[in-house]
Design a protein around this ligand. Structure first.
Ligand code: ZN
Length: 52
């Protein structure tokens, strides 16, 4: 069973999923749309933590 993971942006945005790929995709969209920044897959993955 996949573990629930989360990524929290400093602005307060949080995405939770059992799929790292989905979290990365959501984080990249969020970074571009909200912050005007392009982040790499590796950068996004570095921010992923296990959801408490
Ligand atoms: Zn943000």
């Amino acid at each position: 069973m996949a573990e629930l993971k989360s990524l929290r942006c400093p602005c307060g945005f949080e995405v939770r999923s059992t799929s790292e790929d989905e979290i990365v995709r959501m984080a990249q969209l969020h970074a571009r749309d909200i912050h005007g920044q392009d982040i790499t897959v590796d950068q996004a993955k570095a921010l992923i933590q296990l959801a408490a």
